[in-house]
Write a protein that binds this ligand. Structure first.
Ligand code: HAM
Length: 424
C-alpha cells in the first residue's frame, strides 16, 4: 500500500465543519471594515525576498528564522508573505494609489512563517489586515483602534481582550533610547540569556519582549521609551489617549510593547486575551510612518493592524455565536430512470426559481428507505419524492422530515410556493 501523503506541519485544512464559522468571522470583519470606509485589496502570496528584508527588518525573528524563501526557476529569490503590510505598501506605491490622496484598505488571507507550531501558532495562518495611508495624526490611530474594538464587540469577544498600548517614538528618538538600553543591559550582561545577548547590539528593544520569566525583573527596571519620546510623539500619544478616553475604550500603557517588526514608529498596540495560553495576541498593529518612503514612495504617514483569524476562530468555536445555515432545505429522492431524469430537471428549475434554496439531489441507485435516511442525515427539512406515479401525474410528493405534518402531492407552482416558506 502507498504511504499517505500528509499536510505540511503547521499548515491546516479548514474542514467543512469549520468553514461556516470562518465565513461568519470574515463577514463580520468585512462589514465592520466597510462601515469605516475601508476597501478591499488583494495582493499576491509571493513577493521578492528583498521586500520583506527591507520592510520587516534584517534583525527580526521573521526575517532571520521564519521566512519560506526559495529561488524560482529564474533564480530570483522569492518569499511566501509572512505578513501583509509590506506587500500592501508595495502595491499601493506601484499602482500610484498614494498620489495626493489617502487610502483606507483591508485584506485577508494566508500568511506563512516557519515558527514552531503550537496552540494558536501555525506555519500557515490567516490574517485580516487593515492599513490606512496618507494620514499622519492620532485621529487615524484612534479610528483603527475603535474599529478593532468594534470588531471584537460584534464577535462578542470584547470582554475577553485587553488593549495594550505604547509609543515607540520617531526613528531619531528611538536611536537615543536604543543607546540607553544597550548601556543598561551591558551593565547586567551576566543575567541575560543567550537570546537576549544575541540581541543586545543588533536589536536591543526586542529584549523587552522576552518571555523568559528570569528576565522579568531586569526588564521591568530597564529605561522606558516613554522617558525618551520626542515632543511630536508625546503630543501624538496624548492626543490618541484623549480620543480613546472620549470613546471609553480602556487601555493599558505597556512600555515593554515593542512589536516584532522594525517598521513601526509612534503608536503600537495589541489586543491580548488570557484565554488562549501563550499565544494570546488577537490583533496587533501600529503606525509605520517611514515604510512607504523606505520602499521608494513619497513620505506618507501610515498605520494599520492585523487580526490573527485562527485565534479568533478558537475563541468563537465554543460559543455557537454564528447562525450560518448550511444544511439543504430539501432533499430530492428518486426511484427509477424516468424519475431520475425528471428530478434533475426539477432540481434545476427549483434553483432557478428560488435562488436561496439549497437542494441536495440523491445520486446513485437506492431504495426510498435508504434515500430517506440520507435525507434525514443531510439535515433537510423536506424530502421530495419522485417515482413513476409522480412523473406520470407531473406532481411531487412532499414529505416533512422535521414536523408532524401529513405528506402531500403538489404541482410545480404549488411546490415552489411551499418551498418559498422554507427559504430564509
Ligand atoms: P504580527 O503581530 O506579526 O503583525 O501579526 C498580527 C497577528 O497575526 C498576531 O497578533 C497574531 O494574532 C497573528 N499571528 C502572527 N503569527 C501567527 C502564527 N504563526 N500563527 C497564528 N497567528 C499568527 C503583523 O503581521 C503586522 N503586519 C500587523 C500590522 C498591520 N501592522 C500594521 N499594519
Amino acid at each position: 500500500m502507498q504511504k499517505n501523503i500528509q499536510a505540511i506541519r503547521g499548515m491546516n485544512d479548514i474542514l467543512p465543519e469549520s468553514t461556516p464559522l470562518w465565513r461568519y468571522l470574515e463577514g463580520v470583519l468585512q462589514t465592520v471594515a466597510a462601515s469605516y470606509g475601508y476597501q478591499e485589496i488583494r495582493m499576491p502570496l509571493l513577493e521578492s525576498t528583498e521586500l520583506f528584508k527591507r520592510s520587516i527588518g534584517e534583525v527580526t525573528d521573521i526575517v532571520e528564522k521564519e521566512m519560506y524563501t526559495f529561488a524560482d526557476r529564474n533564480g530570483d529569490s522569492l518569499t511566501l508573505r509572512p505578513e501583509g503590510t509590506a506587500g500592501c505598501v508595495r502595491a499601493t506605491i506601484e499602482s500610484g494609489l498614494l498620489h495626493n490622496q489617502s487610502q483606507r484598505l483591508w485584506y485577508q488571507g494566508p500568511m506563512f512563517r516557519h515558527e514552531r507550531p503550537q496552540r494558536g501558532r501555525y506555519r500557515q495562518f490567516h490574517q485580516f489586515g487593515v492599513e490606512a495611508f496618507g494620514l499622519a495624526g492620532p485621529d487615524i490611530d484612534a479610528e483603527l483602534i475603535l474599529m478593532s474594538a468594534r470588531m471584537l464587540e460584534r464577535l462578542g469577544l470584547k470582554d475577553n481582550a485587553v488593549l495594550h498600548l505604547n509609543s515607540l517614538g520617531t526613528v531619531e528618538s528611538r536611536q537615543i533610547y536604543r543607546e540607553k538600553l544597550i548601556h543598561y543591559f551591558e551593565q547586567h550582561q551576566a543575567q541575560l540569556d543567550e537570546d537576549s545577548r544575541n540581541r543586545l547590539y543588533r536589536n536591543p528593544m526586542r529584549i523587552l519582549d522576552s518571555k523568559n520569566p528570569q528576565l522579568r525583573d531586569l526588564i521591568s527596571r530597564a529605561p522606558k521609551m516613554g522617558d525618551y519620546l520626542d515632543e511630536d510623539s508625546r503630543r501624538h500619544l496624548v492626543g490618541l489617549l484623549a480620543m480613546l478616553d472620549d470613546a471609553r475604550i480602556p487601555y493599558q500603557l505597556d512600555p515593554c510593547l515593542v512589536r516584532g517588526l522594525d517598521y513601526y514608529s509612534k503608536t503600537v498596540f495589541e489586543w491580548v486575551t488570557d484565554q488562549l495560553g501563550a499565544q494570546g495576541t488577537l490583533c496587533a498593529g501600529g503606525r509605520f510612518d517611514t515604510l512607504v518612503e523606505h520602499l521608494g514612495g513619497k513620505p506618507t504617514g501610515a498605520a494599520g493592524f492585523a487580526i490573527g483569524m485562527e485565534r479568533m476562530v478558537e475563541l468563537l468555536r465554543d460559543r455557537r455565536v454564528h447562525d450560518v445555515q448550511v444544511a439543504p432545505q430539501c432533499y430530492l429522492a428518486m426511484m427509477g430512470e424516468a424519475a431520475q431524469r425528471y428530478g434533475i430537471q426539477l432540481a434545476e428549475t427549483l434553483r432557478s426559481r428560488l435562488p436561496q434554496l439549497r437542494v441536495l439531489m440523491n445520486c446513485g441507485d437506492a431504495g426510498f428507505k435508504a434515500q430517506l435516511k440520507r435525507a434525514d442525515k443531510s439535515g433537510a427539512a423536506i424530502a421530495l419524492l419522485i417515482g413513476d406515479d409522480e412523473v406520470r401525474q407531473n406532481r411531487v410528493t412532499v414529505k416533512y422530515l422535521r414536523e408532524e405534518r401529513t405528506q402531500e402531492q403538489l404541482l410545480l407552482e404549488q411546490l415552489i410556493e411551499r418551498l418559498a416558506t422554507f427559504v430564509n
